[in-house]
Design a protein around this ligand. Structure first.
Ligand code: DHB
Ligand code: FE
Length: 284
């Protein structure tokens, strides 16, 4: 049977992708940020998954205001990096895993979560920047990826609790797949940031670090946090953090297993307008 081996949580700041693609990682502004991901890239090499289930949000790239799926699972064989206005990022195309994705869709939909099935989608910085941070600049990404898009752009957005329970359904789906695959689940986006209005540039270190603490120790409690608390304390785009609850809900301890081990924790401000947070949790 397939197993969820670990969860990875990381911001997806588009400027990080630009810094990598333009060879700026050694510049003083960027160097401390990329240094924080060196242990993560080593960990990825030492703990190669067979598949990454990557929870991310599309930023009006593949989906526009014309069509807004709350939860969308990528069932395609491959996904091209999106052109977000200055050409696609020069990164490898993303190979999918249609068979596992179809199995997850079947299981999760039968578990009463209404997923949109996506057979064609270009993937934006929400998906490619986390891959770059964790895997560096390879010729090909190390394994297939199942993109799972959550609407955190246009209200109404799913609650933290709905995301957390969805993670539990995704765990059940993955661990009932009849192949011995090691699957990592990634929750991406965040941390505190606001890109518009009078509070543009907002960063809240206290909120972010308390969020990381509670994500590790008390995820059920964290799932009860209402949207208004994210908006007030972490800014309008801080709401991206609800996606981390999908990945956390899929970990073993939520289903009666052992607490995960914290393999790496990193926090850095600022990167562009955003606080960068990162965690690796390993199932025991
Ligand atoms: C920034 C952060 C984001 O999450 C995003 O999607 C776009 C821009 C930023 O900090 O600039
Ligand atoms: Fe974003």
């Amino acid at each position: 049977m397939a197993k969820i081996t670990a969860s990875v949580f990381t911001s997806h700041v588009p400027a990080i992708g630009a810094a990598l693609d333009l060879g700026k990682t050694a510049e003083p502004y960027w160097q401390p940020l990329f240094k924080g991901y060196e242990p993560s890239q080593q960990w990825m090499q030492d703990n190669q998954p067979d598949v990454i289930f990557l929870v991310f949000n599309d930023h009006a790239t593949a989906f526009s205001l014309e069509m807004i799926p709350t939860f969308a699972i990528g069932t395609a064989a491959e996904y091209q990096p999106a052109d977000e206005g200055w050409g696609p990022r020069p990164v490898p195309k993303v190979m999918g895993h249609p068979d596992l994705a179809a199995h997850i869709a079947q299981s999760v939909i039968q578990d009463d979560f209404d997923l949109t099935i996506v057979n064609k989608m270009d993937v934006d910085h929400g998906l490619t920047v986390p891959l770059s941070l964790m895997c560096g600049q390879p010729q090909a990404w190390p394994c297939p990826v199942i993109p799972f898009a959550v609407n955190v752009v246009q209200y109404p957005i799913p609650s933290g609790m709905r995301c957390f329970k969805l993670g539990q359904a995704i765990r059940k789906a993955i661990e009932s797949y009849d192949q011995p695959l090691k699957v990592q689940i990634w929750g991406t986006g965040g941390m505190s940031h606001q890109l518009q209005g009078p509070r543009a540039g907002l960063i809240n270190k206290e909120f972010d670090n308390a969020f990381l603490d509670q994500l590790i120790a008390d995820p059920e409690g964290l799932a009860k946090k209402p949207h208004i608390d994210y908006i007030r304390e972490a800014g309008s785009e801080g709401i991206e953090l609800v996606m981390w609850l999908v990945a956390r809900g899929a970990m073993a301890d939520i289903n009666g297993g052992n607490k995960p081990q914290v393999k790496h924790r990193f926090y850095h401000v600022p990167a562009s307008n955003t606080a960068v947070g990162h965690l690796i949790l390993e199932n025991q």
